[in-house]
Design a protein around this ligand. Structure first.
Ligand code: PMP
Length: 435
């Protein structure tokens, strides 16, 4: 009997004992192709020799130094590297140990920023329905997943939600992408005015929605319009790239494809590539200066932030991701994955939509393709696809059931960037058979 409290109590899971490249092996000798990098984490696959070497060297030198006493060359190198690779406007890095911590820190940074500049009444956070921003209480309240929030009510009262940008379901017949984007921006504008023009501190969104919708990107112009609304009212734009960032969509940040720069961006998952738990918030010079010229203190912190081994791992991961040709490969393999899925599943009466960017692809499963009618949640289609895929030696990351009152089943694919063309084809074949 296991002494582990699993999320699904009593779950009987295989034991992972080895990982190499895009494969994981269990204690029974079964091999799985890692079609989702866990939850879009293992961007360089398993057992990457250069990352292991960087970690080993750091452990030999010094494994831990508290950030209230020391910085480390690894952490400084990581911060410099991230800033150098990021579009101008995000010039500072706050290290944390994971995605929820990054979102939590970004929210507190936004809140304290307004305190520092004499606008403490700005407390409201607006995010989008059917979103996921983490499981700590602030991040959970920000996320628009009603089911996950339900048991923890009353949750932070200053969190509010508007519609996601979800063209497959919500763009009306005959409505252009521009008109759809304008309608969503108007909704945000109205929400801000409703809460009070000087009462809202931040709008939070994932550029490409991962866990809750399955790789749903924005329509053209959506984020430019959202940025304009935020600017109109002095609201900070926080983009959560915990899942879609670090090269996953074919550029280091997904927001680079939208022609905007946020005030804060959260990253994690692919930052450590699964080798170490690590995350970060990147922030604007304006926010940094408000702290530096104000109280001189960010009222936050955790024991393991800036962990030297995590920083060394992430520094190497980011260095590898940023090598010439890497993003070209992600885009090429992503195109191959999309084409393969279109060919294998495009005609299926139960595949409503196949979408995504780079090596971040999603499939929406429906009971009826023409009417887009979702499956009955009681059928647990997403969970069955996961089990069928595992039985065929494929790891994918399905989600669904009922999220925020809406039904839907999705499968997310996010293979490591080192995936080879033949392995993309293997993922497609196994997923087709599983579905
Ligand atoms: N934000 C997003 C967009 C995520 O996808 C996740 C994790 N699925 C988180 C935040 C939370 O990250 P973590 O699980 O590392 O706390």
């Amino acid at each position: 009997m296991t002494r582990i409290l699993h999320r699904t109590i009593g779950a009987d899971l295989p034991r992972a004992v080895a990982g190499q490249g895009v494969y994981i092996t269990d204690a029974g000798g079964r091999s799985f192709i890692d079609g989702s990098g866990g939850a879009a984490v293992s961007c360089l696959g398993h057992g990457h020799a250069e990352v292991l070497e960087a970690m080993r060297a750091q452990m030999d030198a010094i494994a831990y130094a508290h950030t209230s006493f020391f910085t480390t060359p690894a952490l400084e190198s990581l911060a410099d590297r991230l800033v150098a690779l990021t579009p101008p406007g995000l010039d500072y890095v706050y290290p944390v140990s994971g995605g929820s911590e990054a979102v939590e820190a970004a929210l507190k940074m936004a809140r304290q920023y307004f305190v520092e500049i004499g606008q403490p009444q700005r407390r409201h956070i607006i995010a989008r329905r059917q979103s996921y921003h983490g499981n700590t209480i602030g991040a959970l309240a920000t996320g628009g997943n009603a089911l996950r929030r339900a048991q923890f009510q009353p949750i932070l009262p200053e969190t509010h939600h508007v519609s996601p940008c979800y063209a497959y379901r919500d763009q009306q017949v005959g409505e252009t992408p521009e008109a759809y984007a304008a309608r969503l921006a108007d909704e945000l504008d109205a929400k801000i005015r409703d809460l009070g023009e000087d009462r809202v501190m931040a709008f939070v969104a994932e550029p490409v929605v991962g866990a809750t919708l399955g790789a749903v990107g924005p329509v053209a112009d959506y984020f430019r319009r959202i940025r304009a609304v935020c600017d109109r009212y002095g609201v900070l734009l926080i983009l959560d790239e915990v899942m879609c960032g670090m090269g996953r969509t074919g550029s280091l940040f997904a927001f680079e494809q939208e022609g905007i720069v946020p005030d804060l961006v959260t990253i994690a998952k692919g930052l450590g590539g699964g080798y170490q738990p690590i995350g970060a918030v990147m922030l604007s010079d304006c926010i940094y200066r408000a702290f530096a010229e104000g109280s001189g203190l960010f009222q936050h912190g955790h024991t393991y932030i800036g962990h030297p081994v995590a920083a060394a791992a992430a520094d190497k991961v980011v260095e590898i991701i940023s090598r010439p040709g890497m993003m070209d490969h992600v885009r090429a393999m992503g195109d191959r994955l999309q084409a393969g899925l279109d060919a294998a599943l495009g005609q299926s009466p139960h595949v409503g939509d196949i979408r995504g960017r780079g090596l971040f692809r999603g499939i929406e499963l429906v009971a009826d393709k023409d009417s887009k009618t979702p499956f009955d949640p009681a059928l647990k289609i997403h969970a069955r696809v996961k089990a069928e895929a595992m039985a065929r030696g494929l790891l994918c990351y399905p989600a669904g059931g009922t999220i925020d009152g809406r039904r839907g089943d999705h499968v997310l694919l996010a293979p490591p960037y080192i995936v080879a063309p033949g392995e993309i084809d293997m993922i497609v074949e196994r997923l087709r058979d599983a579905i």
